[in-house]
Design a protein around this ligand. Structure first.
Ligand code: F3S
Length: 418
């Protein structure tokens, strides 16, 4: 492949991976059959490339293969999933997206199909058909997904970029380093809990605390009492990857590489021990709410990371028979495949009857899509509370899902630490 026997696009991909591997001091390349990346062009700076004569081949060549020359891109060699995009074509009008931009999006969908990239269009591919197993070497982008598959599933990925993921799609190779290697997956910091973590928002607070404390290291949460589930661990990891750069954690008795504290640390000794108690919980809650002071809420965003079907069902129960306040909006984000299920089982109708929207493919912070004129948002995700005010210049309240739905219905924030 490096010598160009499989054509110029694959040669460029291999050249890029070799240069990347050398920069990382990787000992070799590994085989991968599972790539999650992005080749779309929904963000404004990419659209001009996609709109040109050579279309998406120009986007792939420039932004995935580091090639100024436009190459004919062949179909992908290994199982490849598309991550989130910049907007939801089915709700383009609400998101303020012009029809010509939707046309480019549709061209991108056709391009993905031609290459064989699966249009999961979500930051949570593990919810909809891409569920790697323990030990599987993957090449995934998206921090919340990387931490989930490393820690909860025991798969092995580093946080790849658009370039390395694109090159891996064409070659089935990725530099072998970082979290592919056993010793780098061992714990570095011990976290002791003095409070119970028993809801999605509590897991979000804990994750945000841990990310702040350990930054890019590997925390080990010493507790067999906490009950995790998909939604809780999804929020927890996304939060830890936002306040810090955590890509891998262990929870003793819960995650696959941590049957005991000893197994989680292996030959490492904890470099520090942190205790998470009521004071830490309060401090994190206050810091996540530090951008907000206006209690009039004109936008509620749920679905960061994208909601599971269980979470949509819960939101539906909270919303049933209610109506969103005339001065407010509620948008819920989920993968396309889950939206289809919600369409079929009546949940979408409950949400829409309440005056809210169930959207796919993107989210407010990443796609920069908000209802017009929004000043104050409410979210149930620590990750979204971290990014939304910074990216969009608005205020954001953080609280439970119930607090958020109530804010959408009343137009007022009435949450607080219970
Ligand atoms: Fe997903 Fe957007 Fe959150 S892409 S993880 S919903 S910031």
């Amino acid at each position: 492949m490096f010598d160009g026997k499989e054509g110029p696009a694959i040669q460029k991909a291999m050249d890029l991976l070799v240069r990347y591997g050398e920069a990382l001091d990787a000992e070799r390349l590994a085989d991968t059959n599972n790539v999650a990346g992005t080749i779309g062009a929904t963000m404004p700076f990419l659209r001009s490339y996609a709109a040109g004569e050579q279309g998406f081949d120009a986007v792939f060549s420039e932004f995935s293969l580091d090639s100024g020359e436009v190459l004919a891109i062949p179909p992908v060699k290994v199982f490849s999933s598309h991550l989130q995009q910049g907007f939801d074509p089915a709700h383009a009008e609400q998101q303020g997206i012009a029809p010509e931009v939707v046309k480019i999006y549709k061209k991108g969908g056709d391009y993905c199909a031609k290459l064989g990239v699966q249009p999961l269009n979500t930051c949570a591919p593990y919810l909809v058909g891409n569920l790697p197993v323990k030990g599987e070497i993957c090449a995934w982008m998206e921090s919340s997904a990387v931490i989930y598959i490393n820690s909860v599933l025991g798969a092995r990925t580093n946080a790849e970029g658009r370039e390395s993921a694109g090159a891996a799609m064409l070659t089935g190779k990725i530099p072998y380093w970082g979290y592919h290697i056993d010793e780098n997956r061992l714990g570095t910091h011990l976290i002791e809990l003095d409070v119970d973590i028993d809801s999605v928002s509590e897991w979000g607070l804990l994750g945000y605390y841990i990310g702040e404390m350990v930054q890019e290291q590997v925390p080990v949460v010493n507790s067999t009492r906490q009950i995790g589930n998909l939604a809780r661990l999804k929020h927890f990891g996304a939060a830890a990857a936002s306040s810090g750069g955590v890509e891998m954690y262990h929870i003793v008795g819960l995650t696959p590489e941590a049957p005991t504290v000893e197994a989680a640390f292996g030959r490492n000794k904890p470099v520090a021990t942190f205790r998470y108690g009521p004071a830490e919980r309060k401090r994190i809650y206050q810091s996540l709410n530090s951008t907000a002071n206006d209690t009039q809420v004109d936008f509620v965003m749920l679905g960061c990371p994208h909601y599971s079907i269980e979470q949509i069902w819960e939101a539906g129960r909270l919303l049933e028979g209610k109506h969103i306040h005339e001065n407010s909006n509620l948008w819920i984000f989920t993968p396309r495949a889950i939206k289809q299920m919600a369409d079929q089982n009546g949940l979408t109708k409950i949400i829409e009857d309440a005056g809210a929207f169930l959207m796919t493919d993107t989210c407010s912070a990443l796609g920069r899509v908000l209802p017009k004129g929004v000043k104050v948002a409410a979210v149930d995700s620590a990750k979204q509370a971290h990014y939304l005010p910074a990216i969009m210049g608005i205020q954001a309240w953080f609280g439970t899902t119930a607090d958020c739905v109530q804010a959408a219905v009343t137009g007022r924030w009435n949450g607080g630490l219970k």
